[in-house]
Design a protein around this ligand. Sequence first.
Ligand code: ZN
Length: 141
Amino acid sequence: MPNYDYSCEQGHIFEIYQSFTEEALTVCPEDGEKVHRIIYAAYIASAARPTSPGAIQAVQKNEYEKSLEKDLPAYKRLRKQGFQPKSTLGAAALEAGATTKFEVQSGKISKEPKKLQQAVDMFEQTMGHSVFTPQVKPKGA
Ligand SMILES: [Zn+2]
């Protein structure tokens, strides 16, 4: 059975096994956002030079997918290590350059990662939850 990678609009990535006849997944199991099947650049036949706007868009999409070829495996390795990067895009750079969990999860590489991590740790000890925990909206707000 083929194995498909999907990406949701929040950047979650997951892979599922599906038969060719099964319909494509449409929503993310984590947050219900729309998902897109990731089609790797390698599978896309290289076409002639783009002339129409549609063809140019297809090339830009191709670039995006090419960057995912590096970012997706990095993203998966980070997830396996217990990190939740914000997005797949840039995951390879984060994997290479980040030294703290905060940097990975915020998607920004800090010049003073140790100080930043200390501040994050202090926050989390004081508040009792992750800095990434979304604010819970009161009902009716
Ligand atoms: Zn999602």
